[in-house]
Design a protein around this ligand. Structure first.
Ligand code: C5P
Length: 228
């Protein structure tokens, strides 16, 4: 199981300070660059993080018509990105087209599909997708698996079931992690490290419990110890 830290700080300076502070562990760590950072700081920011040898997960959750998604995927693959994601609800055809487009790259990034956002309650989810989260998350995961993606983004509570319905090597990346039972914030389906391990999560995503902490390095060290 690997640790992926969400770099959701309000400024580039704060994100870089955190990355520098943790750089001795960079080869073991994944940094998640999301909308906020990427819109504001762009590719230059990625280059700066790569100089420190971090693995980068570009969390842009692509959702569009198949050709536009494949175009975006191609541009992402040209950057030094190790992993990115798309929305499974864009459909199997769009996901297939993304994977087809990436075939020309000798080394392509890992591609994940978002199933259900971890901030959804079942009621909220049902209003949009007319199905229960656990059922629909598995359907989305099967679509992603059939389209040739490497894995999905899901909550810890769907990880095992998704592997059972696809393949045990099909990756699960699970946000909503509160490593040692910290405050959930707006996340609804949270879990701690022990639960993530039990449910065979491949990557845990931790944001606020690290970047809002007084001593992020200490928390990261504690988490890495637990992951061994
Ligand atoms: O601060 P926290 O640990 O809740 O951060 C979780 C991160 O994971 C955020 O950057 C959020 O955008 C992202 N994420 C999520 N649920 C998903 C996909 C991504 O919380 N399904």
């Amino acid at each position: 199981m690997k640790l992926c830290i969400a770099l959701d700080n309000p400024t580039k300076k704060e994100n870089l300070t955190l990355a520098k502070e943790l750089s001795e562990y960079s080869k073991d760590l994944w940094l998640k660059v999301g909308f906020r950072s990427f819109i504001r700081d762009g590719r230059e920011f990625i280059v700066e993080l790569k100089k420190m040898d971090y693995n980068i997960f570009l969390d842009l959750k692509l959702y569009d018509i198949p050709n536009t998604m494949a175009d975006a995927a191609e541009e992402i693959a040209k950057m030094d990105i190790d992993m990115f994601n798309v929305h499974a609800s864009a459909g199997e055809k769009a996901m297939r087209e993304v994977m087809d487009r990436l075939k020309k790259f000798e080394k392509r990034p890992i591609v994940l599909a978002v199933t259900a956002l971890t901030s959804f309650s079942n009621e909220e989810f049902k209003k949009i997708y007319a199905n229960d989260i656990d059922k629909k998350a598995i359907e989305f995961a099967k679509d992603a698996y059939n389209a040739g993606l490497d894995g999905v983004v899901c909550s810890v509570w769907e990880s095992l079931e998704i592997k059972k319905h696809t393949n045990e090597n099909f990756l699960t990346l699970t946000p909503g992690i509160r490593p040692f039972g910290e405050n959930a914030g707006d996340q609804k389906r949270v879990a701690d490290i022990k639960e993530a391990k039990k449910n065979k999560s491949d990557f845990i995503v931790v944001g606020r419990p690290i970047y809002k902490s007084q001593n992020p390095k200490q928390i990261v060290e504690q988490i890495l110890k637990e992951l061994k």
